[in-house]
Design a protein around this ligand. Structure first.
Ligand code: GLN
Length: 256
């Protein structure tokens, strides 16, 4: 079941410092994840990385395992950023394996650009989501990036931010509506505009840590053995803002 991470901080870091260099990097989590609840053994159905760069949020996605993309692994050593969202995918049975189905998804909502990832599964897909899908404008459904649960959850979150909802409320609302429509779903969502991150832990692993410079990392699995990693209680909503060198980072974890 996919793994994802977000990192925001005041100091530029290479993509590799999060994705490939740590002992339990996202690359390692793609072939040897430690805490895959509810099925799946490897995350080999593609990957994606979205980062803040010169032109806003850039996006690189592939429908191959991360470890096969030598060019990406090289690029990751060269690209520096202060905001990164990345994911490795284990496609849910019956869902397409394609680049467009790989998180993070990137899109506009509420006048800002966002990166979104979902780690988990919507039970009873697609029938269970018919009523929720019907709340979307037809054009949102016609332009859904992929025929997957994750792409629909992303469209729902976007629509609610567009309707003026606070991003954390939009994410929490979609999780609670999806759980009501499809009980037993696993719904670890991750959303960032490069300035803050919103994440949920619903039946999947999630941890976070802060760093001395004010950076914050949120990840399905800790990237190393550092005791600074805190597990996020299941059934929680996390909102994190990085520090700026003067003000410390803020991380709030509340029950959904
Ligand atoms: N269900 C989603 C997909 O197929 C997410 C998969 C996962 O978390 N393993 O893309």
């Amino acid at each position: 079941m996919c793994r994802h991470l977000a990192h925001l901080g005041p100091t530029p870091v290479t993509l590799a410092s999060l994705l490939t260099e740590p002992p339990h990097s996202l690359l390692v989590q793609s072939y040897a994840p430690a805490d895959m609840r509810g099925g799946g053994t490897v995350n080999a159905d593609g990957f994606g990385a979205g980062w803040l760069g010169r032109e806003g949020l850039h996006l690189y996605r592939r429908d191959d395992p991360m470890w096969t993309d030598a060019s990406f692994l090289d690029l990751a050593r060269a690209v520096e950023t202060t905001a990164l969202v990345a994911a490795v995918r284990s496609a849910t049975v019956g869902m397409p394996v394609s680049t467009a189905a790989c998180a993070p998804f990137r899109g506009e909502a509420g006048g800002r650009t966002w990166l979104f990832s979902h780690n988990g599964v919507v039970r009873g897909w697609p029938h269970s989501m018919a009523d929720l899908a019907a709340t979307l404008p037809p054009l949102d459904l016609l332009t859904l990036e992929a025929a997957t649960d994750s792409a629909l959850l992303w469209a729902l979150v976007r629509a609610r931010i567009d309707a003026g909802k606070d991003p954390a409320d939009a994410v929490a609302g979609v999780v609670s509506d999806a759980l009501a429509a499809a009980p037993g779903s696993r719904l670890n969502l991750l959303l960032s505009d490069g300035a803050h991150v919103v994440a949920t832990a619903v039946d999947h692993a999630l941890s976070y840590r802060t760093h001395a410079d004010g950076a914050v990392t949120v990840a399905s699995e800790p990237l190393d053995e550092d005791p600074a990693w805190e597990p996020v209680t299941d059934g929680s909503l996390l909102v994190a803002h990085p520090g700026d060198g003067h003000d410390p980072p803020t991380v709030t974890v509340t029950a959904l």
